[in-house]
Design a protein around this ligand. Structure first.
Ligand SMILES: [Zn+2]
Length: 206
């Protein structure tokens, strides 16, 4: 991603403070830049696109369990959240991170086998600047928000990061490697370019 925000510091401000501010207010900065539609906090009634399919958050205070998906007779998809209302946000976050980890681990493993490389570790983070990253030691890291995108987008990100274990750059050779194993590369890149920013508004409070 290559959009940027300029942060102006007071004369006595330290770089560490500025960095901290930008990290804590990433969503706010994005909103000021006009990149973000309305915040969609995880609360009763909010629509959350799980794997690209809208699910309405429904609070079920009296039921046991944490978070689970259901389809109503009408066909409407819902994300049920048990327990106290004060736990909805945390529970939905945790659920989405777990689902993201599951899908990304599975996809990364499959691509690693095809490319003959080893994935050492997968971390799921809330990194707002990038969807994924990779170290030469085989540690992959992804944004949990990818679970909100259509599945082929998450799948492409897994292919992209695993392909870095073959080519640690964005050369033509790298893109050939990605394209060879992932048939929806262009479609996924286009989706991220045009709709990726929208994923940043979920779970954010105004
Ligand atoms: Zn890359």
């Amino acid at each position: 991603m290559d959009r940027e925000a300029i942060l102006t510091m007071p004369p006595r401000g330290t770089l560490a403070e500025a960095k901290d501010f930008a990290q804590r207010h990433g969503a706010w900065i994005a909103a000021r830049l006009g990149r973000m539609p309305k915040a969609a906090p995880f609360a009763h009634g909010t629509l959350v696109p799980l794997r690209g399919v809208d699910h309405k958050i429904v609070h079920r205070a009296s039921e046991r369990g944490t978070v689970w998906a259901e389809t109503r007779d009408s066909g409407e998809r819902i994300l049920c959240v048990a327990g106290g209302v004060e736990h909805i946000d945390r529970r939905v976050h945790d659920f989405l991170k777990r689902e993201a980890r599951k899908d990304l681990a599975k996809a990364s493993q499959a691509y690693a086998e095809r490319l003959g490389v080893k994935v050492k570790r997968i971390s799921i983070r809330d990194q707002s600047s990038r969807w994924g990253s990779c170290t030469s030691a085989g540690a992959l890291s992804f944004s949990w928000r990818l679970i909100l995108a259509p599945s082929y987008v998450l799948d492409y990100l897994a292919a992209h990061e695993v392909a870095h274990l073959v080519e640690m750059n964005h050369s033509a050779k790298f893109w050939r490697t990605v394209g060879r194993v992932c048939g929806h590369t262009e479609r996924a890149k286009k989706w991220l370019d045009t709709q990726g920013n929208d994923l940043h508004r979920y779970g954010i409070h105004e």
